[in-house]
Design a protein around this ligand. Structure first.
Ligand SMILES: Cc1ncc(COP(=O)(O)O)c(C=O)c1O
Length: 387
């Protein structure tokens, strides 16, 4: 890393840096009580279990979950989405998904379509990533089991009005799965009032925890087939996977160290408040958009200036390869952005960037005005010297 200061604009992939208390908690877990939680009754194992429970409790507070045992830990959002989708859908079911989904929703759905002849409806989104809710309302059939939707597009930053979708699914007794990969910790989420039956979230993005953490909230009235079967430290003489949560869905030794870090990330967010985090990130994106749109050849993607969105600013540059822009930002200016296809060909289709891909600069709570200035200066420089 040849640059003294790294300007990190890849928070949508993984947030960085983490609050110092996240790292301290992980170090403490390793040094002081790195035993296997739920697999012993000695003091170290109990301490490990206690910290994991605390993480569940803080996440419940953040998402309006009544019982912390309904929060299941996974390695990332992808695993949570697989648990949700494969756990509920059965051969012949109908499932509705939106036209901006990430491959972590699209691929499991398409896999089930192939092996089980699943009936799948994709709901159109416009260029800005706004999903057609009228079309969604008309898509329900007698055998519709699930609506799976991204709370926000990881390419466009557009926010889906999940509460409205929740009203539609509730009325019809259809389950609602929300992919909160881009919103957990940065946009308010309340599972009860929004009608969310399952919420898949990463620990390593907006919740400021380490990689290898994530989870799935499962409403208490739902029964999913587990994704993994195996040891849970409970009911060891039973042949079947225990029915009790969270054990039913958490076979194998968990990521205690990671969850200890995630606990501190969530506490940090509860302290600061999601509203404050969102406002800060939104203001930063507005400045970036306002300045970028004045540069020749730049086309911004997603919601217009002034509209609500997450901390994502994606764009194409006329006549330039987006991968080269990202490469130059990194090598010449020490600025980390992501380029290419962002694991969401559906959203690229909607935005009209299937052929070009896009540059994505994403901010986080730690992004500063200086970072934004450096990014904008670098873009001006690149645009001037590419003429
Ligand atoms: C909308 C969306 N869904 C799912 C994922 C997958 O998340 P994870 O890397 O935690 O599995 C991402 C990651 O960027 C995402 O943006």
């Amino acid at each position: 890393m040849g640059h003294e200061v790294i300007r990190y604009f890849d928070h949508a992939a993984t947030s960085w840096p983490k609050p110092p208390q996240v790292i301290e908690a992980m170090q403490k877990a390793m040094l002081d009580y790195g035993a296997n939680p739920g697999r012993g009754s000695h003091a170290m194992a109990v301490q490990a279990s206690r910290v994991i429970y605390e993480t569940r409790r803080h996440l419940s507070q953040l998402f309006g979950v009544r019982n912390p045992m309904d929060v299941i830990f996974t390695l990332n959002t992808t695993m949570a989405l697989n648990l949700a989708i494969k756990g509920i859908v059965r051969p012949g079911d109908h499932i509705v998904v939106t036209g901006i989904e990430h491959n972590s929703v699209r691929r499991p759905v398409e896999y089930l379509r192939r092996i089980w002849n699943l009936d799948v409806t994709y709901i159109k989104a416009n260029r800005q990533g706004v999903v057609d809710l009228r079309e969604l309302e008309q898509s329900f059939r007698p055998h519709t089991k699930l609506v799976a939707c991204s709370h926000s597009s990881n390419l466009l930053g557009t926010i889906l009005p999940v509460g409205e979708v929740g009203e539609m699914t509730r009325k019809r007794g259809v389950k609602l799965l929300v992919d909160a990969a881009q919103t957990a910790g940065t946009i308010p989420i309340d599972v009860a009032s929004m009608g969310i039956d399952m919420l898949a979230f990463p620990g390593h993005k907006g919740l400021l925890g380490p990689q290898g953490t994530g989870g799935l909230y499962i409403a208490p009235d739902m029964e999913l087939e587990p994704l993994l079967h195996g040891g849970t430290g409970s009911q060891s003489d039973a042949v079947e996977q225990p029915g009790v949560r969270p054990d039913r869905y958490e076979a194998g030794t968990p990521n205690t160290v990671g969850l200890a870090g995630l606990n501190e990330g969530v506490k940090f967010i509860l302290n600061e408040t999601v509203e404050k985090i969102h406002t800060k990130e939104w203001k930063l994106t507005q400045r970036m958009m306002d300045q970028l749109r004045q540069l020749p050849g730049i086309e911004l993607l997603g919601p217009d200036l002034g509209e609500d969105k997450t901390g994502i600013v994606s764009f194409t540059v006329k006549g330039a390869d987006n991968a080269e822009i990202a490469f130059r930002l990194d090598r010449e200016y020490g600025i980390a952005v992501r380029a290419g296809y962002h694991c969401t060909p559906l959203a690229h289709d909607a935005a009209g960037t299937t052929r070009t891909g896009a540059v994505r600069a994403s901010v986080g709570y730690t992004t500063t005005e200086e970072d934004v200035n450096a990014f904008l200066d670098a873009m001006r420089d690149i645009q001037t010297h590419s003429k």
